[in-house]
Write a protein that binds this ligand. Structure first.
Ligand code: SF4
Length: 133
């Protein structure tokens, strides 16, 4: 599976609210796959990923908010000491994002201006192995 780095956060906090029905259906499919096999390899990619694939904000292969989401992606890579192109298990990547970003509240710095931030603040810490942390 390919994920852009900031989606390590969005996936852990997802509560069923998405941009539209196809987006939500795709997100739920991705989450079921990760919960069924937390050891599966995730490649960290720059730009469009498996979540973006069903997003209505994808225009000509590019996110309508590309600059903003690229900044979030770089923030996640830096906080988790990772680089684009690297691959690791979902468990390891989600754990790093949870410990280094959610638990330190670095999320406020990385994605405090995201439209979903209030929902994230009100949501449980996140999940990694198919259960809530
Ligand atoms: S296209 Fe943009 S808004 Fe849509 S999932 Fe990807 S990064 Fe998020």
């Amino acid at each position: 599976m390919k994920l852009r780095p900031h989606h390590l956060l969005c996936i852990q906090k997802y509560t069923g609210k998405g941009y539209d029905a196809p987006f939500a259906a795709n997100m739920e499919k991705i989450i079921r796959r990760l919960q069924a096999d937390p050891g599966q390899l995730i490649q960290l990619v720059e730009g469009r990923d498996d979540v973006c694939a069903a997003c209505p904000h994808m225009v000509d292969g590019r996110c309508a908010s590309e600059e903003k989401v690229n900044r979030m992606d770089r923030g996640v890579l830096s906080a988790c000491a990772r680089s684009y192109g690297q691959a690791d298990s979902w468990r390891a990547l989600a754990d790093a994002a949870g410990k280094r970003i959610f638990q330190t509240k670095k999320s406020e710095e990385i994605c405090g201006d995201c439209q979903w931030i209030e929902l994230c603040r009100a949501t449980r810490e996140g999940w990694i192995d198919g259960k809530e942390e």
